[in-house]
Write a protein that binds this ligand. Structure first.
Ligand code: SF4
Length: 329
C-alpha cells in the first residue's frame, strides 16, 4: 500500500480546507476505503479522519418540524436499532439490517454507506480493464461476468450497480442530503444524490470533491404500517443484492392513497419506480394491481447475458415486496 499522511482536522471548516486540495480521502468507518486502498484501487496522499466531528446523532420530529435528521457519522447499526426510526421508518430499519454483517454495521456510517463504491469484480481487480477505476480502459463486465450488474440506466462505459440497501430505502422515503462546502450548505434530493454512469462512470454521485455530507433529512409520512424491504441475494447471511425492493404504501379501506417504490441491485443508483407508483394510487391493494405495477416498472430494462435473469426476478420481487407491504402475505 502506498504511504499516506493521516490528518484529524478539529472542525468541519478545517476538514473542508483539507479536502479542497486534491489527493485526500475522507475516512469514517473505513469499511470500504481500507479495502480499496489495500487492493490498490485507490491510493490517496492524505486520509482525513472525521470521526470526532459533530456529525453524529438522530434528531426527533419536534413541534412543527416534521422531519427526522440522521447525522452523517451515525452508525448503520445505531440507526437500524433506534426506536424512533423503527416506529417512523421501519422500511429504513429493515433495509439497514439487510445490509452487510453485524460487525460491518457497527463500524459503517450513514455517510460512508452513501459513498461506498461498486462491488464490480473488475473494478477491484487492477489487472483488468475498468472505466470506473481507470477511465478509457474499457469495461470488463460488459462482455464478461456480469451476474450482479445493472439492467437499468447503464451506458456503454459502465454497467455497475450501487451496492447499498440503506440508500434504496432513503430514496423511497424521499430523503434529502445536507452537504457542507466552503461556500456554505446545500441540499440534494436523495434520488439525485447518486448518478448514472453516462460518459463519466468514474463519478459515482453529485457530491463535489470539496464537499462533506452533514446529515440526511427524512420527512415523516404515513407509510409506517405498510412498508417492506425485500432483498434477494445468493446468501442469506451476507451478500449484496441481486435485486432488492423498498415498497411503501398508504392504504385506506383497501385503496392505495400513496405509494413509493425503489429498487436496488439494478442500476448505478437507487432506482425509483415513479410510473409504477403513480399507477398504484387509487387502485385496490391487490396482487393483480401489484403485478401490473411491476410490469410498468420494467420498461426500458436491458439484460447483458449473465444478469438477464433479473428481467424476470425484478418484477417478481416488486410484486412480492408490495404484497408484504400491503399485508397480503
Ligand atoms: Fe468497471 Fe463499471 Fe465495467 Fe465494472 S461495470 S468493469 S465498474 S466500468
Amino acid at each position: 500500500m502506498k504511504q499516506f499522511q493521516y490528518v484529524r482536522p478539529a472542525t468541519i471548516q478545517a476538514a473542508l480546507d483539507v479536502i479542497s486540495k486534491p489527493g485526500s480521502k475522507i475516512i469514517a468507518g473505513g469499511t470500504n476505503l481500507v479495502d480499496l486502498m489495500k487492493r490498490g484501487v485507490t491510493a490517496p496522499d492524505k486520509i482525513v479522519d472525521i470521526n470526532h466531528l459533530p456529525l453524529k446523532g438522530i434528531s426527533e420530529p419536534i413541534g412543527n418540524v416534521m422531519t427526522v435528521s440522521i447525522g452523517a457519522l451515525a452508525l448503520n447499526s445505531e440507526v437500524a436499532e433506534n426506536s424512533r426510526i423503527k416506529e417512523l421508518f421501519p422500511l429504513l430499519s429493515m433495509a439497514l439490517n439487510a445490509g452487510a454483517s453485524p460487525q460491518l454495521r457497527n463500524m459503517a456510517t450513514v455517510g460512508g454507506n452513501m459513498m461506498q463504491r461498486t462491488r464490480c469484480g473488475y473494478f477491484y481487480d487492477t489487472t483488468m480493464p475498468c472505466n470506473k477505476r481507470q477511465p478509457g480502459t474499457g469495461c470488463g463486465a460488459m462482455e464478461g461476468v456480469n451476474r450482479m450488474h445493472a439492467i437499468f440506466g447503464a451506458s456503454d462505459q459502465c454497467i455497475a450497480v450501487h451496492p447499498s440497501d440503506m440508500c434504496v430505502a432513503l430514496a423511497a422515503l424521499d430523503a434529502t442530503v445536507e452537504v457542507a462546502g466552503k461556500k456554505g450548505k446545500r441540499y440534494i434530493h436523495f434520488a439525485d444524490f447518486h448518478r448514472l454512469p453516462g460518459e463519466k462512470p468514474q463519478i459515482d454521485n453529485n457530491l463535489a470533491p470539496d464537499e462533506l455530507i452533514v446529515r440526511v433529512i427524512i420527512p415523516t409520512n404515513n407509510f409506517s404500517r405498510n412498508s417492506y424491504y425485500l432483498k434477494i441475494r445468493d446468501r442469506q447471511s451476507y451478500a449484496f443484492a441481486l435485486v432488492s425492493v423498498a415498497a411503501a404504501l398508504e392504504i385506506d379501506n383497501g385503496i392505495i392513497k400513496n405509494a413509493r417504490l425503489a429498487m436496488g441491485g439494478v442500476a448505478h443508483k437507487p432506482w425509483r419506480l415513479f410510473e409504477a407508483e403513480q399507477f398504484l394510487v387509487g387502485k385496490t391493494a391487490s396482487e393483480e394491481n401489484f403485478a401490473k405495477a411491476a410490469g410498468l416498472a420494467m420498461k426500458g430494462a436491458v439484460g447483458h447475458g449473465g444478469n438477464s435473469f433479473k428481467l424476470k426476478l425484478a418484477p417478481a420481487t416488486i410484486t412480492e415486496a408490495l404484497k408484504h407491504a400491503a399485508g397480503l402475505v
